[in-house]
Design a protein around this ligand. Structure first.
Ligand SMILES: Cc1cc2nc3c(=O)[nH]c(=O)nc-3n(C[C@H](O)[C@H](O)[C@H](O)COP(=O)(O)OP(=O)(O)OC[C@H]3O[C@@H](n4cnc5c(N)ncnc54)[C@H](O)[C@@H]3O)c2cc1C
Length: 559
């Protein structure tokens, strides 16, 4: 029996196959500035990652979360996590592009920018599977400081092949590294960690220890090894703790359970306990926090890239929807208020992308030679960007979901996953407040770095009134008495990022777009809710007929 109650009309087709790189002019310009040698590879990757088939794979990896198996059939502990085949395919894609090792395996000018752009494309497909890639990428420079250990790992870290088998490192073609810092009693303040490590023989860097204790969050527990913080007589130290011991036995790491998470569902985050787990000390005894913090600048940049990529994906889905859905007789994308919302989102997305590429440039410059200014961008602006961009992404994804109306709220569509995915970047690797306090710490440690940074922004802002307003407010906040600075740390981080983003937009975006961004972000009545661009403050090209908004949307998604 066939039912013909109605014809289906005005529903939006799925986003077609598209090249994520070729359809992103702002990203292409950024890559040409810093890593033009990588353009062909990014174009290839963009075509692959923009396919409908891979979008389906990403959905599958999230619909079928990993499963923990603590025991085998006959009752032996195995503490194994089974991931859906889609997860492994996603990891294979990332390794093919060397996102876990590119800057260390092929150091050359612009390599951090190249990897950042590649990661940005990948995160537009799926986020959870990038967690072990980020941790591995951040761990490599640390592991390299232990040549004896690194010699047995280098090929497997640099390998472009994914090997998801649960085997001792010696038997694997490639490996992944995780991180274990957070314990039940505190994650931001790891100085209170209680996990202990006892030396098997000689003490110190490169020596074997046995660890006893726990970790409350331990993402990708199936990683081939984790860098773990534990107390020794000399203080909190960092250890390389493999899944399998050198004698071929499973290491004494019990996965108690997996977290039931809001998002990031393709990925497993475990709670683990160590009972005389074997590990090797990495870095100096008692310098565990300093050792791990060195990794943090890299993981935090990945949080910024991950959030910028999420925003880009949500934006593209929103614009696509608005171009195909009509209400009140016209496509949504032609309605003035919707144009304002979408244009505002597009400016936010471009500003986030420009900031992430600027931070990648700092990493590139520092890889070539030391520079106090680039250190200031890296050390002061990275935590501020991690705070601001990751937070903006939460609101951003919610707004893009709303562009889809009720369909956005339904799990069959991609928007719900994007919104659920957004908050984690704001929490892990240092939550918002901790990032803002880190900005103040970095300024206090390197006051001359702040001076150079402000001079750099002043130079770009030159006589621009809107940018001067942003920079003046930042300077006013920085002049607060020391006892007030801490409570104002969020305000300072926000002002710093907005000033930096305004400068980058002025340098690299079309002038009218930059003007609209700066005007809305420097005025008290703009920039809080998306869709409050004031065309009369949109600069010389501003027009009351919506032309500016249309131009912004055309640049954002010229499809
Ligand atoms: C999905 C997921 C996966 C994770 N994976 C890992 C992992 O693999 N390895 C790992 O080590 N950790 C992991 N984490 C843990 C994460 O890094 C911590 O949750 C995070 O660092 C915060 O620590 P906490 O949860 O103990 O919160 P707390 O430290 O208790 O902080 C709670 C809140 O207080 C704020 N706060 C803290 N100190 C101050 C202060 N001085 N002033 C003002 N505010 C302050 C924080 O910003 C935060 O908002 C993961 C977390 C999640 C959600």
């Amino acid at each position: 029996m066939s039912w013909t109650t109605h014809e289906i009309a005005n529903q939006v087709p799925d986003l077609p196959d598209c090249n994520l790189f070729a359809t992103d002019p702002a990203l292409q310009e950024a890559v040409r500035r810093d890593a033009c040698w990588h353009e062909a590879e990014l174009c290839d990757s963009g075509a692959e990652l923009g396919s409908r088939a891979l979008r389906e794979l990403a959905a599958q990896a999230n619909h079928h979360p990993p499963q923990l198996h603590t025991h085998d059939r006959v009752g032996r502990r195995i503490d194994t996590v089974d991931f859906h085949p889609a997860w492994h395919q996603l990891l294979a894609l990332q390794r093919k592009r060397n996102l876990q090792a590119l800057p260390w395996a092929e150091p050359r000018a612009g390599v951090h920018a190249a990897r950042t752009a590649g990661y940005y494309l990948q995160t537009q497909l799926e986020s959870g599977s990038l967690c072990p890639i980020t941790m591995t990428h951040a761990a490599i420079p640390l592991l390299r400081q232990e040549p004896a250990l690194f010699a047995g790992l280098a090929d497997k870290l640099f390998s472009r092949e994914h090997d998801g088998r649960d085997l001792p490192i010696a038997q694997k073609r490639s490996i992944m590294i995780g991180m274990g810092m957070t314990e039940k009693q505190g994650g931001s303040d790891v100085r209170g960690n209680t996990t202990r490590a006892e030396a098997l023989g000689d003490e110190g860097c490169g020596q074997p220890y046995l660890l006893t204790g726990h970790k409350w969050f331990f993402s990708v527990p199936s990683c081939d090894a984790h860098l773990v913080l534990a107390q020794t007589v000399g203080g909190l130290s960092c250890f390389f703790v493999p899944r399998w011991r050198p004698d071929g036995e499973r290491n004494a790491i019990r996965i108690q359970r997996l977290k039931d998470k809001l998002g990031n569902r393709s990925n497993a985050s475990g709670e683990v306990e160590f009972q005389d787990a074997w590990g090797v000390m990495v870095g100096d005894e008692g310098r565990g926090v300093a050792t791990i913090i060195e990794m943090a600048n890299r993981t935090r940049l990945d949080c910024v890239i991950g959030s910028a990529g999420l925003m880009r994906h949500a934006l593209v889905q929103a614009i696509h929807h608005a171009r195909h859905r009509s209400a009140f007789g016209r496509p949504l994308a032609e309605q003035p208020l919707m144009q304002n919302v979408l244009a505002d989102l597009a400016l936010e997305s471009e500003a986030a992308m420009l900031l992430m590429m600027r931070l990648a440039r700092a990493a590139d410059q520092l890889q070539q030679q030391d520079s106090a200014l680039e250190r200031a961008w890296q050390r002061i602006v990275t935590p501020a960007a991690k705070f601001w961009v990751c937070k903006r992404a939460i609101e951003f994804c919610g707004e893009c979901m709303e562009v889809w109306g009720g369909n956005g709220y339904v799990e069959e569509a991609p928007m719900a996953r994007l919104l659920r995915e957004a908050p984690v970047n704001s929490i892990w690797e240092g939550s918002g407040n901790v990032m803002c306090l880190d900005v103040l710490r970095a300024i206090a440690r390197e006051p001359e770095g702040l001076i150079l940074l402000l001079q750099d922004l002043d130079r770009i802002a030159a006589a621009h009134a809107g940018l001067r307003t942003l920079l003046d407010s930042l300077r006013d906040s920085l002049r607060l008495p020391p006892q007030q600075l801490e409570s104002q740390a969020r305000r300072i981080a926000q002002q710093l990022v907005l000033a930096a983003q305004g400068c980058l937009m002025l340098q690299h975006a079309p002038t009218a777009h930059a003007e609209a961004f700066i005007a809305s972000r420097s005025h008290a009545d703009g920039g809080r809710v998306y869709g409050t661009l004031n065309e009369t403050t949109g600069g010389t090209l501003a027009a009351h007929d919506g032309r500016l908004h249309a131009q912004i949307l055309q640049r954002a998604w010229p499809v």
